[in-house]
Every structure is written in C-alpha cells, then in structure tokens.
Design a protein around this ligand. Structure first.
Ligand code: PLP
Length: 398
C-alpha cells in the first residue's frame, strides 16, 4: 500500500458527488452546475481572434511564458481592472490558471497545518477544499443577506488564539448564497481587521454579471477602497466572462505577497496556458469583452428573473429564498429540521438536480438550504424543472 501524505486524508469525495452519479439520465434537468451556458460561449469571436493571429503570435501562444503572465495580457488586463476602479498601479498582478489557482497559491502562502482561517458559512466549496487540503482549521462566520455577521466576526477575532491567518470572502453574487455585501458590512470588516495582520482574500468571480446598474455603487470592493493597514488579496476570473475552458484567472496583491506567490506558482505549473492568454489579451484589446459581457449579462438576467418568477409561483410558502440580483445562483431555505438531501433524492426521481446546502457548510452539517442555479438552463427548462423541485418538497413536507 503506498504511504499517502497526511494532507490528502483531508480530501473527501462529497456525498453530493456520489448522489449526482445516480443522476445519469441524459434528460435530467440540472440546476446543479455553476458553469456558464455552453450555448453562450463567444465561439465565433474566439475563432476570429485565433485566425487573425500572425505566425509569430501563434508560435508564442504555443510556447511557455513568464510565470506571472504574458506581458501583453498583464498590460491589457491592468487597464481593464483599472477602468473598473481597482488600484492596479500600487499592487502587482499575476495571471493564474483559473482564480481557483490564485486562491490555492494564497492558501499555500499563508497556511501551515492547523492554522485557523476565517471563512463564511456557507462558503464557496472550491476554496473550502483548498484550505482543507492545506490542513487549515476553518473558523466560520455566518452569512446573512447583507454579508457576514459582524458581531460573530468580532467574537472570532477576540476569542481565536492563535489569530486567523486570513479572512476569505465573496463580496458579490455569492456562491452559493447569491447575496451582495452591503457597504456598511464591508466597512465594519475593514474596521475590525485593520492593523491585525490578517489579510483579506476577496474573491470576486461574479461582479461583472450584475442585473441592475444601480447596484454598482453598493458593489464597491474592499480592494477598491484600498484600506490602510490591511493586505487585500483580490482574485478574479475569465471563467464567467469568457469561458472556464481557458483556465485563466488573476490575483492583484501587494508587492510583498506577490513575491512569495510568484515562487509558489513556479513550483505549481511554471506558467498559465499561453494560448489562452493570447486569446484573452485580444478579447480585451479588441473591445469584445465589453460587448460580450453586456450580452451574457442580459441573458443571465432573463434566466434569473424567470427563476424568481417560477419559484414565487410554485414553491410552498414555507420555503424562502434570496432574490438574485446577478451572478448564477438562488439559495433556497427550507424550514428548520428539513433535509435537502431527502429533497434531492426525490427530485432525482423526478428528473431534476440541484446542490444541497451542507456541501457549502464548512462543518458539513447544516442541510436546510438548496443551491439552485439558473446559469446553465434556458427559460423553458427553468419553467419545466422548478415545479418538479417544488413537488419534491411538498411530497416530503406537505
Ligand atoms: C466564488 C468562486 N470563486 C472562484 C471560482 C473559480 O473559478 P475559476 O477557477 O474557474 O476561475 C468559482 C467557480 O465557480 C467561484 O464560484
């Protein structure tokens, strides 16, 4: 028997994945995935970009590149991020292999086995798995509709010794909770963390996908505030605004953190895919990024509104949910004592799947929520599939 490392013992196959493997019917309606709609990818634009590359550019695209990213993409992405208000000039940018790699690199930079890290509950499962793989102790702060519970954050900071290595949070269109943090909560977080040597990892995978322009001021990031006395490590992704198949994300971090992250990335993959970087660079430079995001934003808004309308018309009144204002997810709350795994079993019998709440609970226990995504299903499928979930809930709980 090979002697595996201790830290892979922390990696478990989730019960949900096992349940999902039962959902093999090709006609199964899935509200489970957090991936963009296949039919929405900018295939023609990517074809145009590739076909317009010179021989030299194609050669560079097939070659290894610098660990921190191709200079031309670093330049175009810097301009893009700066135009959104991010403090690019007094920070350093690294292109990563998806933003999950950015989170992974930051986790490696900060976590020693047993170190406490602050996470929201519920939280993005990819980040939780990464922190677990680094053998972190997950210290949880509950999430409400305006952001994390500030008095519990305060309590965790007062009572946790040694103090947490960082705080990880998702500011806009949270995965799975769908919420937007209010400016007040972000300000209180900043005030609590200032001067404590606890960096913030701000994971902003979704903020381009807002439904309402009027929400933009509220969505202002902590990285944009660039608060004195806190290291803010900002991560972002091309996955939802171009395509996850390119595997490209980024981190924008203070110089001292950048140096460590560069070394860690060297040891992980030397560089992110050059071909993807060349495509992403042209996608920004040709201005396609703006037209494309506007297009998908409109489509996700239509799907999100169809989801809200269908849920409102068919859910039992004892199920509540956060109305999405962007992103990919709705987060349904069952009454206390109900079990989303039972609902999922019944829903699979009816031909429809979603993800159970405990998947996103750092303690893997609380299971009275359901994540139902609207990103990868068209409106007709939403109209057909959501009533089946409502039926499954009624059959179990009346
Ligand atoms: C909150 C959040 N962060 C990060 C990611 C990772 O995205 P990627 O690695 O594709 O950039 C996801 C993907 O679903 C996500 O939901």
């Amino acid at each position: 028997m090979p002697r595996f490392s201790k830290n892979i013992a922390n990696l478990r196959s989730s019960e949900i994945r096992d349940l999902m493997s039962l959902a093999t019917d090709p006609n199964m309606i899935s509200f489970a995935g957090g991936m963009p709609g296949n039919e929405l990818f900018p295939i023609k634009l990517v074809d145009n970009i590739y076909n317009s590359l010179t021989e030299r550019e194609k050669q560079a695209a097939m070659q290894y590149g610098p660990t921190t990213g191709l200079p031309t993409l670093l330049e175009s992405l810097s301009d893009y991020l700066e135009s959104k208000g991010l403090p690019v000039r007094n920070n350093r940018l690294i292109i990563t292999t998806g933003s999950l790699q950015a989170i992974h690199i930051l986790a490696k930079a900060f976590i020693d086995p047993g170190d406490p890290v602050l996470v929201e509950t519920p939280s993005f499962i990819g980040a939780l798995s990464t922190f677990r793989a680094c053998e972190a102790e997950l210290v949880t702060v509950p999430l409400h509709s305006d952001g994390m519970d500030i008095s519990i954050l305060q309590n965790r900071l007062d009572c946790n010794s040694p103090s947490p290595k960082f705080l990880y949070y998702v500011p806009n269109f949270h995965n799975p909770a769908g919420i937007i943090y209010t400016p007040e909560v972000k300000l209180q977080m900043v005030n609590l963390l200032r001067g404590k040597e606890i960096p913030i990892i701000e994971d902003d995978a979704y903020s381009d996908l807002y439904f309402y322009e009027e929400d933009l001021p509220k969505m202002r990031l902590i990285k944009e505030m660039d608060p004195e006395g806190i290291d803010v490590c900002f991560t972002g992704s091309f996955s939802k605004i171009l395509g996850p198949g390119l595997r490209l994300g980024w981190m924008l971090v203070p110089d001292s953190i950048y140096r460590k992250c560069e070394l860690i990335k060297q040891s992980l993959d030397a560089c992110s895919p050059s071909l993807s970087q060349v495509i992403a660079d042209k996608f920004i430079r040709e201005g396609y990024i703006h037209t494309y995001i506007t297009e998908v934003r409109e489509e996700y808004k239509k799907r999100g509104l169809a989801m809200i309308e269908t849920l409102e018309s068919c859910l039992p009144e004892y199920v509540s949910f956060e109305k999405p204002r962007g992103g990919f997810y709705t987060w349904l709350k069952l009454p206390e004592g109900c079990d989303a795994t039972d609902v999922l079993r019944k829903a699979i019998e009816k031909g429809v799947v979603f993800v159970t709440g405990k998947t996103f609970d750092p303690d893997g226990a609380c299971n009275d929520h359901m994540r139902v995504s609207f990103c990868n299903t068209d409106i007709e499928t939403i109209h057909r599939g959501i009533p089946l979930i409502a039926e499954a809930i009624r059959e179990l709980y009346g």
